[in-house]
Design a protein around this ligand. Structure first.
Ligand SMILES: Cc1ncc(COP(=O)(O)O)c(C=O)c1O
Length: 433
C-alpha cells in the first residue's frame, strides 16, 4: 500500500466504526481506500482499479460518476439543496412522483418519501397497521417469507429472517411470523409454498396487517430465487384475507431482475411498493413507498379524527436526491437499458456454465442482472467468502460473497470484456479454494 493509501487507512481506523463489520478483522484484512470512481471502476489513491461487481451494495446501477446524473445534481445544487416536505413542496419531488406513478404497476398512485431502504420498510409496516386501525381493525402481526431480508432498523429487522442479523435483537422485535419461501425457481415449488401461505392465512389472517416479500430474489438471504407465479397467487390469497401485500423492491427495482420492477413478471399491483438503492443511481440516499388511492383515502379526514399518518424523516424527499432519481429515470428512457441487460444476462449465464462442473459448486442461478454461484462442502467458520473477496481485490474485482454465495450484481453499463474479467476472477478464486 502506498503512503497515501496507508495514511487514509490509519486515520480511518482511529475513528470509523464500519457497517456490517467485525472491526478486528481489519487487523489482517486491509481496508480499501477509494479515491475516485468512473463507470464500473473504483480507484484507490495509487490508481489501482477495482471492477465494482456488486454496484456498491446494489445501488450504482449506472456505475460511478455518471455524467448525466452528476450534471442534474450539480444544477439542483445551485437551485435548492433542501427544504422540508411538510407544508412545502418542490419541483424535483413533484416530477419524480409523477414519473414513478407512470412507470410502476397500475394503481400505485400515491408516493410517500423516506430516506433509506429500512425506513421505507418501516413506513410500509406502520402505514399498513395504521390503515387497519383506521378501518376499525386491530392486526398487530406481520407475515414475511422465510430467509427474507428487509433492513436493519427494529421493524425492518423484525420482518427479516436472516439469523445472523436478527438473533441478538430478538427481545426487541415486533411480532412477525414466517411462511416458507418457494424452495427453488420452479412453478411446483411456488405452488407448494402457496399451500403453506393459505394455511397460515386461514389460521391467523385476521391478526395480520401485511405480508412483506422481496419479489423474485431474496438478496441478503443468499440470492435465493423463486418463480413469479408465487407472487401472482400470493396477492390473491392475501386479498381474500384482507392482508396487504408489501413488495419490497428496494433491491429488485429499477431493472435488476429483467423488468423495470420484479412485480411486473407476476402481473401484480401490490398494496405497497418500497423503493430505494437504484432509485438515485447510487448517488444519494432516498427511498419511497408507493401505495394505492384506497389506502391513502383511509387516512384522509378531518384532523381531529386522528387518522393522519404522522411519520417523518428530516431528509424526506431531499431535492438533490430527487434530481439524481429523475436523472436516473432519464437514463432508462435514453437507451433500451432493459433490452441490453437481457443480452448481458444471457451472456453471463452462458459464461457461468463452466462453474457447474466444479466439485465445490452446488448451484448456479440467475434472475436478470443478478447471478449467483452457491458453493458447497465448507463450514461457516472457514469463511470462504472472505477468501474469494480477497482474491477478487488482489485481481482488481470487488466481489463481496454472502458467506458461501458468490454473486454478481454489476452496474448495467458493464462491458462484455469487463464481464469476462469479473467472471474469470471469480472462477480462479473458486478453483483455488
Ligand atoms: C430488499 C431490501 N430491503 C431493504 C433493505 C434495506 O435498505 P437500506 O440498507 O437502505 O436500509 C435492503 C438492503 O439491502 C434490501 O435488500
Amino acid at each position: 500500500m502506498n503512503n497515501k493509501n496507508s495514511q487514509i487507512v490509519t486515520n480511518d481506523l482511529k475513528h470509523i466504526w464500519h457497517p456490517c463489520t467485525q472491526m478486528k478483522d481489519h487487523e489482517t484484512l486491509p481496508l480499501i481506500p477509494i479515491n475516485r470512481g468512473k463507470g464500473v471502476y473504483l480507484y484507490d489513491f495509487d490508481d489501482k482499479s477495482y471492477i465494482d461487481a456488486i454496484s456498491s451494495w446494489w445501488v450504482n446501477i449506472f456505475g460511478h460518476v455518471n455524467e448525466h446524473i452528476s450534471k442534474r445534481v450539480k444544477e439542483q445544487l445551485d437551485t435548492l439543496e433542501h427544504v422540508l416536505l411538510a407544508g412545502f413542496t418542490h419541483k424535483p419531488a413533484v416530477e419524480l412522483s409523477e414519473k414513478l406513478v407512470e412507470i410502476t404497476p397500475k394503481g400505485l398512485n400515491k408516493v410517500f418519501f423516506a430516506d433509506n431502504g429500512s425506513s421505507a420498510v418501516e413506513v410500509a409496516l406502520k402505514m399498513s397497521f395504521h390503515y387497519h386501525q383506521n378501518k376499525g381493525e386491530n392486526r398487530p402481526l406481520f407475515l414475511s417469507l422465510s430467509n427474507s431480508y428487509h433492513g436493519e432498523t427494529i421493524g425492518a429487522l423484525s420482518v427479516g429472517d436472516v439469523e445472523l442479523y436478527k438473533e441478538t435483537y430478538a427481545p426487541l422485535l415486533i411480532s412477525c411470523i414466517q411462511t416458507p419461501v418457494p424452495k427453488d425457481q420452479s412453478q411446483e415449488s411456488a405452488k407448494e409454498a402457496i399451500v403453506e401461505l393459505e394455511k397460515i392465512l386461514k389460521e391467523r389472517g385476521s391478526e395480520i396487517s401485511a405480508f412483506i416479500i422481496e419479489p423474485l430474489v431474496q438478496g441478503a438471504g443468499s440470492m435465493h430465487m423463486y418463480h413469479p407465479l408465487y407472487i401472482t397467487k400470493a396477492k390473491k390469497v392475501c386479498e381474500a384475507h384482507g392482508v396487504h401485500l408489501i413488495a419490497d423492491e428496494i433491491m429488485t427495482g429499477f431493472g435488476r431482475t429483467g423488468t423495470l420492477f420484479a412485480c411486473e413478471q407476476a402481473g401484480v399491483t401490490p398494496d405497497y411498493m418500497t423503493l430505494s438503492k437504484g432509485l438515485t443511481g447510487g448517488y444519494l440516499p432516498l427511498a419511497i413507498v408507493m401505495t394505492t388511492d384506497e389506502i391513502y383515502n383511509a387516512f384522509y379526514c378531518d384532523y381531529n379524527e386522528h387518522k393522519a399518518f404522522l411519520h417523518s424523516h428530516s431528509y424526506t424527499g431531499n431535492p438533490l436526491a430527487c434530481s439524481a432519481a429523475l436523472a436516473t429515470l432519464e437514463l432508462f428512457k435514453a437507451t433500451d437499458v432493459i433490452g441490453e441487460n437481457r443480452k448481458k444476462s444471457a451472456y453471463i449465464l452462458e459464461k457461468l456454465q463452466k462453474f457447474k462442473n466444479l466439485k465445490n459448486v452446488k448451484e448456479v442461478r440467475q434472475t436478470g442482472m443478478i447471478s449467483a454461484i452457491e458453493l458447497k462442502g465448507y463450514k461457516a467458520e472457514e469463511r470462504i467468502g472472505l477468501k474469494v473477496y480477497q482474491h477478487g481485490l488482489d485481481n482488481g474485482v470487488l466481489l463481496r460473497p454472502l458467506g458461501h454465495i458468490v454473486y454478481f450484481m454489476p452496474p448495467y453499463i458493464i462491458t462484455y470484456e469487463e464481464i469476462d474479467k469479473m467472471i474469470d476472477t471469480a472462477y480462479d478464486a473458486i478453483i483455488k479454494l
